[in-house]
Design a protein around this ligand. Sequence first.
Ligand code: GCU
Length: 594
Amino acid sequence: MKRLIMLFFVTAGFAAAAPSPPGLIANVHARTTVSLNGTWHVIIDPYETGLQYRYYENRKPKDKQELVEYDFDASGTLNVPGDWNSQRESLLFYEGSVWYERSFSYHRDELARTFLYFGAANYQARVYLNGKAIGEHQGGFTPFNFEITNDVRDGDNFVVVEVNNARRGDSVPALNTDWWNYGGLTRDVAIVEVPATFIQDYFVQLAKGSQSEIAGWVKLNGATQPEQVTIEIPEANLAQRVTTDRDGYAEFKFAAKLQLWSLDNPKLYRVTLSGAGDRVEEQIGFRTIETRGTKILLNGKPIFLRGISMHEEAPFRGGRAFSPEDDAILLGWARELGCNFVRLAHYPYNEAMIRLADRMGILVWEEIPVYWDIDWKNAATLQFAEEQMGDLIARDHNRAAAIFWSIGNETPIAPARVEFMKQLVGYTRGLDSTRLVTAALNRPESPDANTRLLNDPLGEFLDVLGLNEYVGWYDGTIPSLDALQWKTAYEKPLIVSEFGAETPFGAHGSADARWTEEYQSSLYEHQIAMLRKIPSLAGMSPWVLMDFRSPRRPLPGVQDFYNRKGLISDRGQRKQAFYTLQKFYRELAAAPPN
Ligand code: GCU
């Protein structure tokens, strides 16, 4: 007999996470949607003329007198989702504005509310429907949606989106990155239909530090009075009813006997939330993640993270990855390597990737692109960073696989930066205190020739320290690894989030010859030997799974605008070091460090 418990909580302050920024609809793919993916007409607008010429009106000259200097229908097309750089040779290096247009016929449901949803658009997007400005968004890697209930027509409609990926000093990331600045509508675009009052977002996870209590919240959109919402987990015989406040918000906490999500058994439960005329179905895993001293504990047990870093770049075809097929290849390669962990560098990846990691039982480090040097003193830049973190957490806070929120990568040690990052740590924890906050640090001190000390002041505020070190590549040669001792100033788990060396696939030579597979493999052997000596080492994610495009890597015949630190080439060819790391991970899996 199903156990039904009536709970009348309004805003009890139990849950460990704050509601998502207003507006972002959770779990869009479980809603009623109309996809707008496919070919869109585009106008390339290097001088940003479109706004002045009102391209968003998508006008046709009404007679032979009228002057209209653009024509979407006669302009070329690009695929959506997809970046523009890898779709046309002429746009490979293009940074600037591109106007997208898509006409569609739509049948309005009078009772429904309608939203226009974007999985991501890099970097800045201005959205127009039927010639009217609907909204704008910045940040290239997180979802956004706008309500169009009163603007969408029954019948013919057209949407115009200006996307501009120009780099700016105040943006996140800023002017300099070691990855390709793929521009465009890089992920799904869809129309989402929901009831007048709908379940906008929810957080259903184990309470912090508990394996037997669920704590969370639900947020309705459109509520004008208290509403009843039921959270059901049929397989666990759980059905919980809560009553929201008049703004549609309620928190809950209740006992739950559940199989925990783990790497060997990535158990996902069907969870449904229903109420106020709406119903959403989810797949959620329940696990705990915490640190104790220098250990990371999954479900209360120490775990060693056998990881790899990657970029969201599509194997074989190149360009920004976006499809379940891309995701399956990348995580499949990580699995083949023997990984139980992936670092998704340096920006939020497509949602399907995290849901796949949930199903595969692979732990995930997610990161926002606070990368290298940014405008630390600029309040707007901090806001951009917080918005990206807020949207990332809003999208993935029900994913068991997601255990790390990383606030940045390789940022300089300076007071303004520490202040900025402290704010970001506080903001992130305020949104979700059930996961671990980290960052990739890369400025250790050298108290003596054979010692490196990681004592970055930011370390004090993190739960787990990430360390990027390139000893044997940017810093010395391979032999310098052998005598090196690493120390950290904090009694916290350390993840070596990057190390590596470059070689094109098929380049061979002696193990001391750079740009050869032998050198890369030898560096991995010596790195592994060095890292195993670090007492607080709790994991690693070498740089990098696959060769990826970078505008900073021109070396002809070797790099050709690819960073070649991949263990796999962009054509899927495994280099020697792939097997070196695979061998080590197999040993670790057979006898995990205690
Ligand atoms: C840096 C950085 C990466 C970069 C890598 C490299 O540490 O975090 O984004 O690609 O080093 O130089 O290859």
